[in-house]
Design a protein around this ligand. Structure first.
Ligand code: FEO
Ligand code: CA
Ligand code: CA
Ligand code: CA
Length: 571
């Protein structure tokens, strides 16, 4: 019966078993190879990676950054370009000379700042496989210190002004670049997620100050200590005692033109400020631009932006990511839902504050609290959207003061949610601009070998395709949905039999799901795009364990290239 299922499915491969080792597995008839690793030079004349030091500070903004995440593929003048996020640093790995990864000075901080952000690289395939074209004029690193413009309705607002930028329109750097997006006009979108962790205060009582109580520090988790990056001790920009508005200048979606290495990245305040996972761009029936976005924190929300203007190829795209309406999702228990507009009328807030403190605006209109919205993807063959709700291990415990209660609700139906689920919505009138929709759960992850209740998962979960914590997600041209996981890989207890983090593919029509790839132990699989000819799939391996992929020395996050042995189309 199993063989028959495979033969009848739209999946052109035999699913693989769960794995627990320190390498990558793909189905029979497929191959994988490393394209580029943390520390690999992306420019000529830059020193090779050194396992003893983790690379020098001088080279750190000329090498492929750490912890690859979202990425997108661009074909420009016949060249294959990739834009790739570097989400965060594994400090003890990146600073091997320190005892526990705590920066010992400004040099260490600068190295961490440089290893994050974005790489734009040209890649080329020859008889030896894919490689980075090191002398390409398109190769570029964007870091925590790269100048960028702030545009849209909140640009220039007092809350965005600092001593270094009294205009509130020019910021330095983009950080915690998690998921990605791609516009119809060929630019890259990078999404700022856990930006709060980079800020701290050299004054103990900083979060008692009136400005910080009023401005949403608590709702966004900005505290005096940060998450161990310790930037604030060595770089005053990140010291909220000295620069209280600097945190307001991150938490945005940033647009980058990968075809112009001299271009200045643009932060779009129209898309709202929160812990952005990715930005899924799709056109409404009338050509307006719709951007779906998740806020990845327990009890936070799902958002949608709809532009006022219409996208017309070849015409100006000015304002298409800023002038419009930001909505937040309300899911009803009867499997209907609505997008609630965030306006001065509905929220009682001024527009710039709605955007800067989008979470507070969402609470004001009664948005539905979610089990951590990660990637959103839309089906190119049907008017429907999907969002990975990765897990919720502490329902009822608010991550940040000022957030809403997080009861069990329709799309988040399990009290203790170790496994996660994927919610799917069907916009009314087959139009992504519609303000009402129907919804269902495409899958509830679970473990049918351990549980026989709701924690066994939905019927499309079997002992052969179990996984937990869906996170990355993208559709291929055939309308199959690829699902990447960032979950518990200890392979014990609730997670027995699931093995390492993995990539699966689902059929939206039948609900069938099959395991395609497994990553090395310790890793998360995140980031997915295809070469222009769709004969190669690029997949990101973040925070691998062991000494992957080199076999000895430090573990190195990397992008791999997966192909069919017959060089056929892969999705
Ligand atoms: Fe960076 Fe929510 O993952
Ligand atoms: Ca993620
Ligand atoms: Ca995750
Ligand atoms: Ca991650």
């Amino acid at each position: 019966a199993e063989a028959q299922t495979v033969a009848m499915s739209r999946f052109p491969f035999t699913p693989i078993d769960a794995q627990t080792d320190f390498t990558v597995h793909v189905p029979q008839g497929y191959t994988w190879d490393v394209l580029v690793r943390w520390g690999d030079p992306i420019l000529n004349g830059v020193e090779d990676f050194d396992h003893a030091t983790g690379g020098s500070v001088e080279a750190s903004d000329k090498v492929f950054g750490e912890n690859t995440d979202g990425m997108e593929s661009f074909l420009y003048q016949g060249r294959q370009l990739l834009a790739i996020n570097h989400e965060y640093t594994n400090r003890s790995v990146n600073l091997p000379h320190t005892e526990d990864g705590t920066p010992a000075g400004a040099e260490d901080v600068r190295k961490l700042q440089n290893l994050q952000g974005i790489s734009v690289i040209e890649v080329r395939e020859d008889e030896n496989g894919w490689r980075v074209v090191k002398d390409s004029p398109f190769n570029r690193r964007i870091t925590h210190n790269t100048p960028m413009r702030i545009v849209g309705p909140a640009a220039g607002h007092d809350l965005l002004k600092t001593d270094a930028d009294p205009t509130g329109t020019m910021s330095l750097g983009t950080m915690n670049n998690c998921g990605s997006g791609k516009t119809p006009w060929g630019t890259y979108l990078t999404c700022e997620e856990n930006f709060n962790g980079y800020f701290g205060s050299t004054e103990e009582a900083q979060d008692q100050k009136p400005i910080q109580a009023a401005d949403g520090y608590q709702r966004y988790g900005i505290g005096p200590d940060g998450w161990g990056y310790d930037y604030h001790k060595w770089d005053a920009r990140f010291d909220t005692a000295k620069n209280p508005n600097e945190p307001h200048r991150v938490g945005w979606v940033v647009e980058i033109d990968p075809t112009d290495p001299e271009s200045t990245p643009v932060k779009h305040t129209g898309l709202g400020r929160f812990k952005h996972e990715n930005a899924e761009v799709v056109l409404a029936r009338d050509g307006r631009v719709v951007v779906y976005m998740g806020d990845d924190e327990r009890g936070e929300f799902l958002y949608k932006f709809v532009s006022n203007g219409v996208y017309r190829p070849g015409e100006s795209t000015e304002g298409l990511l800023d002038d419009g309406t930001l909505y937040v999702a309300k899911f009803n228990d009867d499997q209907t839902g609505e997008w609630l507009a965030l306006t001065p009328e509905t929220t009682g807030m001024e527009l710039p504050e709605i955007l800067i403190f989008a979470r507070k605006a969402g609470s004001a209109v009664g948005a539905t609290t979610m089990d951590r919205p990660e990637w959103i993807a839309t089906n190119p063959h049907a008017i429907e959207g999907y969002c990975c709700l990765t897990n919720n291990r502490n329902r009822g415990v608010k991550p940040n003061a000022g957030g809403d209660e997080t009861p069990v609700n329709g799309p988040n139906p399990r009290e203790v949610n170790h496994y996660g689920q994927i919610v799917r919505w069907f916009p009314h009138d087959d139009d992504h601009a519609a303000t009402t929709f129907d919804w269902d759960l495409f899958v509830m992850a679970g473990n049918p070998t351990v549980h026989d209740d709701a924690y066994a998962g939905s019927p499309n979960i079997t002992p052969g395709n179990m996984f937990n914590s869906p996170d990355g997600m993208a559709f291929d041209q055939n309308g199959l949905v690829w699902i990447q996981t960032d979950g518990d890989d200890d392979n014990e207890g609730d997670f027995a039999g699931m093995g390492n983090n993995q990539m699966l593919v689902g059929d939206p029509v039948t609900g069938e799901i099959a395991r395609f790839m497994t990553g090395p132990q310790g890793c998360e699989v995140t980031g997915l795009c295809w070469s222009a000819d769709r004969r190669t799939m690029f997949v990101g391996i973040q925070h691998p364990g062991g000494s992957w992929p080199d076999g000895e020395g430090l573990p190195r996050s990397a992008v791999i290239a997966i192909k069919r042995e017959d060089n056929g189309i892969i999705g």
